[in-house]
Design a protein around this ligand. Sequence first.
Ligand code: NAD
Length: 260
Amino acid sequence: MGKLDGRVVLVTGAARGQGEQEARLFAAEGARVVVADVLDDQGEAVAKEIGNAAYVHLDVSKEADWTAAVAAAKAAFGKVDGLVNNAGILRFNELVSTPLEEFQQIVNVNQVGAFLGIRSVAPEIAAAGGGTIVNTSSFTGLTGMAYVGAYAASKHAIVGLTRVAALELAAKGIRVNAICPGSIDTAMSNPAQLDPEADAQAGSEALDELYRKLVPLGRVGKAEEVARLALFLSAEEDSAYITGQPFVIDGGWLAGVSVL
Ligand code: NAD
């Protein structure tokens, strides 16, 4: 028996990184998974490898893409009763140097994308008799970090959206929570993973060296570990009485200042 037997879950940004691991883990736990992304070749390949999955092209910032993705999900699997709003982008810039276009681009993907996801999928989850939404914030959704102002603003907004959605959707049997990862070893934090010329392993080791000092648990996080938290928040048997909350998964980074 899988924890998600009978469920149909749409995961955005599932062509790689945390979304890919969420899609794989959810499928392993019995869900039929809709792999959604803008990276069509990678997304198709992930869905094919998973087997009980379908790929849809979905730019989360585009309303029409959401309409088409929900229709495709229902055509493939008959319903949608789970959503993981995972897609996101990160840019580094000092606030006073951030072009408006860059700020808006980040808000459009991270914040508007999550809003459109909730708005498009919640009625389907309600029609299916209830289910779950997991939004992806960040530990910068709960605290500041220099040079990621637009990103942190969008991730703070996701915590607010999560709380309001939980209040409004509880009566429809929909639980809504947010995950707030610290530094996780994906292409977002380790771009060497995307460069065939670069040594991704060396990039990971450099990250580990950095986080050995910064993070109480002494290392960068793994996408699989974040996927486990998303599973916990999506599985009725694990989290039936939890809604409206942000969950930090950061190796203790946010606990306080470590002087060890
Ligand atoms: P990643 O860059 O490997 O994956 C992001 C995925 O989102 C990619 O597949 C990308 O194609 C997709 N995507 C980007 N724009 C999109 C759009 N407009 N529509 C649909 N898909 C789009 O990074 P990741 O670490 O796997 O990031 C997953 C989520 O976790 C993001 O929301 C990110 O902000 C958040 N997060 C990451 C970290 C970290 O350290 N890696 C920390 C905290 C939060």
